[in-house]
Design a protein around this ligand. Structure first.
Ligand SMILES: Nc1ncnc2c1ncn2[C@@H]1O[C@H](COP(=O)(O)OP(=O)(O)OP(=O)(O)O)[C@@H](O)[C@H]1O
Length: 323
């Protein structure tokens, strides 16, 4: 379990993190999201004592990381996967780590199996692919069987197989009762992996809540409606003051009316509906909306002064047809 209490970090004049308090609970995956430069890595480094907070503190299982007698069994961290690229083999690298921390040799073979590096464990880790390096980083993090794991951008640069593997591993580690704290830029991936979110922008807390509560904070995108009587549906939407667009699959995208209002109006007119679904914002859309003012470096169009564009921004809304 991680507790950040009033964390603050200042580099010279730059305030990287301020007044940051949140909790990462055991048994679930907590996603750590924020635009570039918002302070995620700085926060993670403070949790494991690699950076000293300018104020506040980070506690792991109730005390600062540095005060734990068995640090590798307290937090397993993957902060920079490239850091484990070495001339030694993966096996030797892990053995050396285990020896220094008083961890039995048998655990080395266990974690090598767990991350699927059995066949290459005796090869020089310096020649590893990015995905293999990532697996070795995770093996190192899990060596001490830690109660908390913390991964900074673990799926960066991985292929779909690697991403799926990491996703399942995170869930498995949480299912074993560990606190799992993971940062990622990939919103769609976080939506599939995390149950809870800590979202920061410009070093400050924006949200510490479930993925569902975060997504529910923004307006639904619209309502998908399907009816065998399309013309009557068009009339109904126009009469209620909504807008409607025909979709390729025969359904209609209705904006400006809630599903309840459409359903009630259809019932009054005896209009059969075969589908009535509120389309919620995706995690990515919610993130873009709720962190719009917290993007540190805003990219503008070629002429300058254009609309804010951020990589991964949602596609423009579908063309709407007013009737
Ligand atoms: N050692 C340092 N010295 C000075 N400034 C730093 C240092 N480390 C980070 N910063 C600044 O602090 C802010 C937060 O950086 P940090 O790397 O924690 O953000 P991040 O959310 O992890 O970003 P990214 O998603 O791009 O990795 C940034 O403005 C960064 O430039």
């Amino acid at each position: 379990m991680i507790e950040a209490v009033g964390l603050r970090k200042v580099y010279g004049k730059k305030v990287a993190v301020q007044d940051l308090s949140f909790t990462v609970r055991p048994g679930i995956v907590t996603g750590f999201l924020g635009p570039n430069g918002s302070g995620k890595s700085t926060t993670m480094r403070m949790i494991v004592g690699l950076d000293r907070p300018s104020a506040g503190q980070a506690l792991v299982d109730g005390k600062p990381f540095a005060q734990h007698r068995a640090p590798l069994s307290t937090v397993g961290a993957l902060l920079d996967a490239k850091a484990v690229h070495t001339g030694r083999s993966a096996h030797k690298h892990l053995l050396a780590m285990a020896a220094t921390a008083g961890i039995p040799r048998s655990r080395v073979d266990e974690v090598i199996d767990l991350v699927g590096l059995g066949e290459v464990a005796r090869k020089r880790a310096g020649g590893f692919s990015l995905g293999m390096g990532q697996r070795l980083g995770i093996a190192s993090a899990l060596l001490g069987d830690p109660s908390t794991v913390m991964f900074d951008e673990p799926v960066n640069g991985l292929d779909p197989d690697g991403i799926l593997w990491i996703r399942n591993l995170m869930k498995e580690l949480a299912g074993q009762g560990r606190a799992v704290f993971v940062s990622s830029h990939l919103m769609s991936e976080m939506a599939l992996t995390a149950e809870h979110l800590v979202v920061i922008g410009r070093g400050r807390l924006i949200a510490d809540e479930s993925v569902k509560a975060f997504v529910d904070r923004v307006q639904p995108r619209g309502v998908t409606v399907r009816s065998p009587q399309a013309e009557q549906l068009r009339d109904l939407v126009a009469a209620e003051g909504g807008r409607l667009a025909a979709m390729d699959d025969g359904s209609f995208d209705v904006r400006g009316l809630s599903a309840e209002r459409i359903g009630d109006a259809a019932a009054r007119r005896g209009l059969p509906l075969h589908e009535l679904t509120t389309v919620k914002a995706s995690l990515e859309e919610a993130f873009m909306e709720l962190t719009a003012n917290a993007v540190e470096y805003q990219a503008h169009g070629p002429a300058g002064g254009g609309p804010l564009t951020v990589p991964g921004a949602p596609a423009p809304a579908r063309e709407e047809v007013a009737r």
